[in-house]
Structures are given as structure tokens and as C-alpha cells.
Design a binder for this molecule. Structure first.
Ligand code: ADP
Length: 202
């Protein structure tokens, strides 16, 4: 991970603190870090969770897919160090949103435990939810919503996670969503219940 470059930087204490923002929003800031193979359901369930939270009067924001590569990360490609930097920046953005009192929801394959832990370690333990979308590669390949497995099998995409690049299963995720067995709505409900149980939302 990147070293601190600038010296003489001072962390400012603000008049309005996190707890004040959280009182205003009637929720706690947190991160739902979705991880899983392509097609495992991260994006679909993340969006359903955001919809349910919105209906419930909670403030969330989804950081998803390619959108971030059009802006903040437009200078990054797909080589290993750029991929790491992509996730590092997403982690820092999610952390800022969480500090703002928002429930940040990220939906990236994020195949390496070390990088998921980087984000985990940025905030208090009880505010980070590694959310593992568990589905067999067979299921994901059958769903293939973006036709990516087909391309990977045809050799048109190299180093595709689950085919010819590794995916490290989460070691100790806060939430496991078995998307082979449960519907999108059931998985979203499982997430909402967890947030209630941990007093992130009412
Ligand atoms: P990812 O973001 O992990 O790449 P997506 O959410 O884009 O995956 O795609 C998952 C696809 O699988 C969608 O087309 C979705 O409708 C479908 N699907 C079928 N059953 C489920 C389920 N139980 N959970 C999530 N997605 C499901």
C-alpha cells in the first residue's frame, strides 16, 4: 500500500463530529463490502439493499463497477499495482462516506483478502461488514449477465477471476449470502437484519 508522501500535514478536528451527523441521520455510518465472483450477485443485491434502506429512511450510497473508473480512477488500468490502487482508493472513499454517517455499499470482485482487510482496518470493527456473495463458479458461469465468462473461456479476456486468476474466499466474513440457494430479496433481507442487529439502523 502507498506510503505517506506529504510531511507537515495536520489532522483537523471539526466542530461537527461524526456522532452529530449520525444523530441527524438517525443511523450509523458503515461499510458493506460486497465480494464474490463475477455474476455471484454483488451488484444486484447491493442495489436491492440500497433500495430497501432508502424505503426505510436510511441514507446509503453504492460504489459499483465501472463508474468509478470513469472518474476518480480514470488513470488506472488493470495491471496488478493499478488494481490494488483501484481498491485502495475505493476503500478510502467508502471510509469517508462512512465517516459522513452514510452506509457505503461497495460491489467489486475484490479477490484478495489483504485488500479487503485494508478497508476493514480503516474503521472501527463494528462498522465494517465483509459481505460474501457465495455462488459456485458453475452458477456464475450459467448466469453470465455480462457475457464475460464466455469471453474468458474463448481467451478474449485474460486473467479472469475464477477462470485463470485466483479468488480468495473471505476468511471470516461478517455476512455470507448463499446466492445459489436464496433469492435476491431474501439475501437483501439478511443484510438489513444484520444492520439492525448491529444497531447501524433502527
Ligand atoms: P456481480 O455484480 O457479482 O458480477 P450481478 O449482480 O451483476 O453480479 O449479476 C448477477 C446475476 O444473477 C443477475 O442477472 C441476477 O439477476 C442473477 N441472479 C439470479 N439469482 C440471484 C440471486 N439469488 N442473487 C443475486 N443475483 C441473482
Amino acid at each position: 500500500m502507498k506510503e505517506q508522501k506529504a510531511t507537515n500535514v495536520t489532522w483537523h478536528k471539526h466542530k461537527v463530529e461524526k456522532k452529530d451527523r449520525e444523530t441527524l441521520l438517525k443511523q450509523k455510518g458503515a461499510i458493506l463490502w460486497f465480494t464474490g465472483l463475477s455474476g455471484s450477485g454483488k451488484s444486484t443485491i447491493a442495489n436491492e439493499v440500497a433500495y430497501q434502506l432508502h424505503k426505510n429512511g436510511n441514507f446509503s450510497y453504492v460504489l459499483d463497477g465501472d463508474n468509478i473508473r470513469y472518474g476518480l480512477n480514470k488513470d488506472l488500468g488493470f495491471n496488478p499495482s493499478d488494481r490494488d490502487e483501484n481498491i485502495r482508493r475505493i476503500s478510502e472513499v467508502a471510509h469517508l462516506l462512512s465517516e459522513a454517517g452514510i452506509i457505503a455499499i461497495t460491489a467489486f470482485i475484490s479477490p484478495y483478502q489483504i485488500l479487503r482487510n485494508f478497508c476493514r482496518d480503516l474503521q472501527e470493527k463494528e462498522r465494517f461488514f465483509e459481505t460474501y456473495c457465495k455462488a459456485s463458479i458453475g452458477t456464475c458461469e450459467k448466469r453470465d449477465p455480462k457475457g464475460l465468462y464466455k469471453k474468458a473461456r474463448a481467451g478474449e479476456i485474460k486473467e479472469f477471476t475464477g477462470i485463470d486468476a485466483p479468488y480468495e474466499k473471505p476468511e471470516n466474513p461478517e455476512i455470507i449470502l448463499d446466492t445459489d440457494r436464496y433469492t435476491v430479496e431474501q439475501c437483501a433481507e439478511q443484510v438489513i437484519k444484520k444492520l439492525q442487529k448491529q444497531h447501524i439502523i433502527k
